[in-house]
Design a protein. Structure first.
Length: 446
């Protein structure tokens, strides 16, 4: 696999310049991992025993940003692209379970690599020496394994965010977490309370949009309960209904996999049934969950705010959770009304949510639901293509037109326009100016 590494010209020139300055240098970490996987790295990081001040001298005349001299890092800008160059180091104590209280610069590459999180991220490469892999990272890439460098408990105590990173890599790479590393992640999950919500939400979003998200949710649900406690009640909660063959958590994980790999849609599937255990009632041995969409939407809203998601994502997920079980019928009138209520983009998202939900339900009822969704999406396409009216701005008349026929300014204008739109949506009137103005006159007479 190592012969697959093809470093960019900028990286080669950085390594060469540092070498000419009397020091070794390597591409390191995620960029090496991605190259070995045949992926194009997003970022390139370089490590070297050269101290930051010396590295700055080597690149005198270049655009250098003193990113984090305390931790040995500078950022070199080449061709408008950033390249981080960090001095070999070992870390001191991690009193906050996130960042080292101090670092010590060293001249040993192995010591530097030994402080890193997972074996697949602890490899280095330069063109003359080739791949440096002290901890079996290449073998773990080949076997699809996430494994901590050294003692897993120590790695997670140092930086608790690594617990979420382990799950994220398992999901995005389609890997399994080794038994020892997984056990330590579960043991140390409570340390996630020391990590900022913003950092956790970034890892959660990446986890959810990974190719193996559903399996990761199933295997490591206890870790997720640390950041979303309501998940715990979902695990193993039987639904006792012919519409479902999975418990609430298994259904949730399955539905996540069936949604497009979009953060908003995957968060919606994660949270769409989160209130079901609280809403459960049973009649003649059959389970019911009356009111669960509203309660789930409330929990989703509070959860995403706690995790510091942006307002746009919070609003979208909350609305989709609220309407995930609502009746959108495969007829033009109903589709126009839903377009009026939530807009084109949200209705298309809702169709995807309903499809993912259906794919994780009993197969007996699935085909009819999927056929209806296909019809709904075709109707949306036709309504948009034909520029059919479904909002006030699409209406062939406006407030000025109503004033022109003698209607006084004020609340009556708004009420009349709403009634006219309602008639058009219901196909009781054509969206045509003369006909709508005549209808408005009739309203006034009545």
């Amino acid at each position: 696999m190592a012969d697959m590494i093809d470093i960019p010209d900028e990286v080669a020139s950085i390594i060469a310049a540092i070498s000419d300055g009397g020091y070794e240098a390597y591409a390191v970490g995620g960029c090496v991992r991605d190259c070995l996987l045949g992926k194009a790295p997003v970022d390139w990081d370089i490590c070297t025993p050269s101290l930051p001040e010396r590295t700055i001298e080597i690149f005198k005349g270049c655009h250098v940003v003193e990113t984090g001299l305390k931790h040995g890092t500078i950022t070199l800008m080449l061709n408008n692209k950033p390249f981080e160059i960090t001095t070999y180091r070992v870390d001191g104590m991690y009193s906050d379970n996130r960042r080292p209280d101090s670092v010590e610069f060293v001249g040993d590459l192995r010591a530097d690599l030994s402080r890193r999180d997972f074996t697949i991220n602890a490899m280095a490469y330069n063109p003359s020496r080739g791949l440096v892999d002290y901890f079996g990272g290449e073998a773990d890439l080949q076997s699809g394994t996430i494994r901590c460098v050294g003692d897993a408990d120590t790695r997670f105590r140092e930086d608790a965010l690594r617990v979420m990173r382990a799950l994220r890599f398992a999901s995005t790479l389609g890997f399994s977490i080794s038994g020892e590393t997984a056990a330590a992640a579960h043991r140390r999950k409570s340390l996630l309370r020391n990590i900022s919500a913003e950092r956790i939400s970034v890892e959660l979003s990446k986890l959810l949009t990974g190719a193996k998200a559903g399996a990761t949710l199933r295997e490591h649900a206890p870790v997720l309960t640390e950041i979303i406690p309501e998940i715990e009640a979902m695990i193993g909660f039987d639904q006792n209904t012919p519409y479902h063959y999975l418990d609430v958590w298994e259904h949730t994980a399955e539905s996540v996999d069936h949604a497009p790999a979009d953060v908003t849609l995957r968060l919606t599937m994660l949270l769409h049934d989160i209130a079901k255990p609280d809403c459960y009632t049973e009649v003649n041995g059959r389970g019911h969950f009356h009111g669960h969409p509203l309660m789930s939407a409330d929990i989703a809203n509070r959860t995403l705010r706690r995790l510091r998601y942006d307002n746009e994502t919070i609003d979208a997920v909350t609305q989709l959770v609220l309407y995930h079980d609502a009746g959108v019928l495969p007829d033009a009138k109903n589709v126009r009304r839903w377009l009026n209520r939530i807009g084109e983009r949200r209705l298309r998202q809702l169709a995807e949510v309903k499809r993912a939900d259906s794919m994780a339900q009993s197969e007996k009822y699935r085909k009819d639901k999927l056929d209806a969704l296909e019809t709904i999406e075709m109707l949306i396409d036709r309504i948009i293509e034909e520029r059919q009216c479904f909002t006030l701005k699409d209406l062939a008349v406006n407030g000025r037109d109503l004033i022109a026929i003698g209607m006084p300014e004020g609340a009556e204008i708004g009420k009349t326009l709403a009634r006219l739109l309602d008639m058009v949506l219901d196909e009781r009137a054509e969206n045509e100016k003369t006909a709508l103005l005549e209808a408005a006159r009739l309203f006034r007479k009545k």
